[in-house]
Write a protein that binds this ligand. Structure first.
Ligand SMILES: [Cu+2]
Length: 158
């Protein structure tokens, strides 16, 4: 059985339309689905997204950004973000990954995730910032060249 060539053109056109419009919609739907829940009262929330190329990025990194062709040229300098809270704040960290499995540790507060942060999932870490000072947090799953620089600072103000 042979298909009418015009019919084939229509099928290809339909496929093209589905890809051109359907893919961005699917990605958008995915991002909305992944958006973490609203903040709980009284806690300070921060989102940290692990990236093989950029270390810890403060804030959300959506699939749209990762796929974006206009993404800036990669820099070899990781971000090393700084998070500042006041003493006795309840801190909630939403940990995400934009690429491979990362990990998280904040030794000063006895936090050492044994479960990796897988792309597409959010891990929550919550603690009471009852010690003032400046503390380093890091990735505890080997994730590539930037791994040893994949760190940031938590500042707890007195
Ligand atoms: Cu990492």
């Amino acid at each position: 059985m042979r298909l009418d060539p015009h019919k084939n053109d229509l099928i290809y056109l339909a496929l093209l339309v589905i890809i051109v419009f359907g893919l961005p919609l699917a990605i958008l739907a995915y991002d909305i689905h992944q958006r973490p829940l609203a903040a709980k009262n009284g806690s300070k929330e921060f989102v940290l997204t692990g990236s093989v190329e950029r270390g810890w990025i403060a804030g959300e990194v959506n699939a749209v950004d990762v796929l974006s062709l206009s993404a800036p040229a990669q820099e070899n300098k990781p971000a090393e973000p700084l998070i500042a809270v006041d003493k006795n704040d309840r801190v909630v960290l939403k940990l995400r990954s934009s690429d491979v499995t990362h990990g998280f540790s904040l030794k000063a507060y006895g936090i050492y995730l044994t479960e990796g942060i897988q792309p597409g999932k959010t891990l929550y870490v919550s603690f009471l910032a009852d010690k003032a000072g400046s503390f380093v947090f890091a990735c505890n799953v080997y994730c590539g060249d930037v791994h040893q620089h994949m760190r940031g600072t938590l500042i707890v103000r007195e």
